[in-house]
Design a protein. Structure first.
Length: 406
């Protein structure tokens, strides 16, 4: 009886939202990479019911209060659970509600697009990830840092969000750009270099801001245009874009837990490490495209998901733009979190089970990071250990990232 009542509650909630929850992504546009053939077995009614009920119980408990954002769970391309909560402009009684077209700031989940853009250029022969970055960044003052070291967070550079706000730093009334960051590194080379290149892992947003400049140099296009042409448009990700100041009037803002808006600040114009805006449904398209085999060769994907960060065996690791958990039973959970101001995101991909868990919030709801605990619904990702519990409060790295080096 309890299960039946729960099922009725789930159906009532979904009906109230007006959202069809169990449908594969559109297959009607033959020129779309998102619609390229990628056969996955359809879920039986029993399977769909099981996943839907479990996901509803999980997220209704996890996000039962103070959540403004989007949640989506999919298995074999079918959306088994979907939830939208709150309004686009918190505190504005005339604000539209958050729905499947509301693009939220992905924060460090943006790194997955930056990394895969670099790997697409590599696959197309326009760069080599083993090249020294001085080839693409004129005036860069250090030798021995490769593109691969930037991708795998092993460059030895310090995080710009910590050293730019210095007494002799940038005028905070002006917006800082990727080009400004490169010039700052050139001018202040003695304060931004940390460890020797390739020596150890340290999560650093500078790496991905520089990768955006390398994408522009190698492709001959601005970073936003290259991502749009290469990924967003072919994959029919119609609600996804790279933020710039011209989009400020319509972009969804970021809020504190007390519903006060975060003001724009001088670092908000840097992209590559952040500043991709997207929706849960568009991220599912991104996930499906990466699985399909039509966007990248398997060799490139294997490189992206290979662990590079540890000096000794461990559970947590980093690939080329992707975090991962190496479970003791041999499973690998690929994901990325995001945090910038009040924007928090979790993008969890279970490659073996063809399952995806996505949670996005713009009101500083840190509980979205616990979304990865739902992975155990689809496979044995816990094995009686603390792997998930120790990551409940893990941040994305924009500020205050736990540094798991050794």
């Amino acid at each position: 009886m309890k299960t039946i009542c729960s099922y009725v509650l789930v159906l009532t909630f979904l009906s109230a939202c007006g959202q069809p929850t169990a449908q594969p992504l559109s297959k009607q546009e033959p020129d779309s990479l998102a619609s390229a053939p990628h056969e996955q077995p359809a879920l039986s009614p029993e399977e769909f019911h099981h996943y839907s009920i479990y996901a509803a119980h999980f997220f209704d408990s996890l996000l039962k209060r103070n959540f403004n954002g989007e949640v989506l769970v999919a298995k074999n391309g079918e959306i088994v659970y979907e939830r939208y909560a709150g309004t686009k402009y918190i505190g504005n009684k005339n604000s539209p509600v958050v729905d499947e077209h509301t693009a939220l700031h992905l924060a460090s989940v943006s790194k997955t697009f930056t990394a895969m853009a670099v790997l697409k250029l590599w696959e197309d022969g326009k760069l080599s990830i083993e090249e020294d970055i001085t080839k693409y960044l004129p005036g860069f003052p250090y030798q021995g840092i490769t593109i691969k070291m930037l991708l795998s967070q092993r460059s030895g550079l310090h995080n710009y969000v910590h050293y730019v706000p210095t007494p002799r730093g940038w005028n905070r009334k002006d917006f800082f750009t990727n080009g400004d960051l490169l010039q700052y590194i050139i001018t202040h080379k003695n304060e931004v270099r940390g460890a020797q290149p390739g020596r150890h892992f340290e999560y650093c947003n500078t790496n991905y801001a520089l990768l955006a400049l390398i994408i522009e140099k190698a492709s001959g296009e601005a970073y936003p245009q290259y991502l749009s042409k290469t990924f967003f448009e072919p994959l029919q990700m119609k609600d996804t874009y790279v933020f710039d100041l011209s989009k400020l009037p319509t972009a969804t803002m970021s809020y504190k837990a007390n519903r006060r808006q975060y003001p724009m600040e001088y670092l908000d114009a840097v992209y590559g490490d952040k500043n991709v805006y997207s929706t849960a449904r568009d991220l599912l398209k991104w996930d499906e495209a990466l699985r399909s085999g039509n966007l990248f060769t398997q060799a490139v994907l294997d490189s992206a998901y290979m662990p590079y960060s540890f000096e000794k065996p461990g559970k947590r690791n980093y690939g080329l733009g992707w975090r991962m958990l190496l479970i003791p039973n041999g499973k690998k959970l690929v994901y990325h979190n995001g945090w910038w101001h009040g924007n928090r995101a979790a993008f969890v991909r279970l490659l073996n089970e063809n399952a995806t868990i996505i949670a996005l919030s713009n009101n500083d709801c840190a509980r979205v990071y616990a979304s990865k605990k739902l992975s155990n619904l689809f496979g044995d990702y816990r094995q009686g250990n603390e792997t998930f519990d120790e990551l409940d409060n893990e941040q994305s790295g924009m500020r205050g990232e736990p540094k798991f080096k050794k």
